[in-house]
Design a protein. Sequence first.
Length: 534
Amino acid sequence: MYSRCGFLPEACRVFDEMPQKDAVAWTAMIDGYAKNGSLEAAGFAAFRDMKREGLARVDQYVLCSALSASGGIKDGRLGKSIHCCATKAGFDLDVAVRNALVDMYAKAMDVENASRTLKIDPGGWNVVSGTSLIDGYIETDCVEEALGMYIEMRRHGVEPNEFTFSSMIKGCAMQALLEQGAQLHAQVIKTSVIRDSFVGSALVDMYGKCGLINLSMQLFDEIEYRTDIAWNAVINVFAQHGHGREAIQAFDRMIYSGMRPNHITFVSLLTACSHAGLVDEGLEYFYSMKDAHGIEPKEEHYSCIIDMYGRAGRLDEAYKFISEMSIKPNAYGWCSLLGACRMRRNKELGEIAAQNLMKLEPGNTGIHVSLSGIYASLGQWEDVKAVRKLMRDSRLKKLPGFSWVDSNKKTHVFLSEDWSHPQKNDIYEKLEELTTRIKEEGYIPDTSFLPSNLEDIAKERILRYHSERIAVAFALISMPATKPIIVKKNLRICVDCHNALKFISKVERRDIIVRDNSRFHHFVNGRCSCGDYW
């Protein structure tokens, strides 16, 4: 009673005064620790003390509570110890205990043991354990394995529930798997879970991350009971697409509806302000977090402000903000400043940002690439050579940029200057044709950021065969003219490719959507949704 009402000290006092403690008492105490956020105490201390006191009989309830706490703190070693206890006590094949074991291993990122535990009894499949394993695959970025697990679960006659669908749709959102996500949406419509707010929120997020913002907004409007998760999802969709004003309007509607914002809400809101250049509005919301909403800003909120100043070109203010922060800036904050310095060709602040970032992430090759880009833009080729030598001496290799596009139920991946695709000749011809046509429309290659002291013709050739352009050329020759082209990229799109794709969208009269590692770009009739501000 005390623990369920949130009075953990009182629960502990009563527990300590008990002359004899049975499995029920230990279960109540471990469960109380876990539900009141004291997972360390529940997992380590309580279960250890229970074993030391030699509890005669460990039942499935105490095992499930201990496993839940172990999964909460992602402690696989403790979980394995509890697994041994369950096996010795003969509860390892109990449905509830096995569900808890699969969930524990999945949360501890040990999907191998989670899968092995689930498949011990082929006849014991159920939606709880299956969903736990799917969620584990999603959290470890093994989306293909999650899709395979979902299919296998259905083969065993297990019907998915709202948690299964939410996890699967989340996985599709992570990798922008539009076709698979749409198929899941169709299955959701056939079931009663279409009304579930968590599933609806996952669909809003998935379609947003696949670039279909209009469909995302339509689904949000159809959610009957909007939780904070639904509001956070729609604000984040606006943020990733650079629709700052719309994100602010959604936030205002959220507050008006009586829903309280949380840390995640403000990360999305500040990101939206950053991507849209709404610096004053962003600062106002940042300082209102604690004053108006009682939320203490965290590292990620400070990083959003650094990013916001940097994107707006207010580099001195960004550095001043960093110097006066109450907490140390994280790697993302310094990385944002370094990226802004590269765009604005600010060598002094760029070097400061790079030095601090190297202390936090010494193996991050992007630091050296950005530095060499700054030096190249200023024509300081000796400094470019020095950075390259440092990379060679440190055995650091540049992260290759690649882009991928889905066509005919298959994902096609391209690297820069990559001619390994079976349709390489057609792709090459299309690229050459596009280059000629966009130059006639006024396209001028921007070679200023290439860290190579080559002739302009050679630089133009390098730019022409960047991975995103190859992916777009392939999509143009292989996809129906009525279908929008959606390209995903692991790095930030470069200035020249951004300019070229605007012209390509105009001459081809095609909608082109590019999702890079920062945001979405919608190219329509020679313009980009970012307004050239990214």
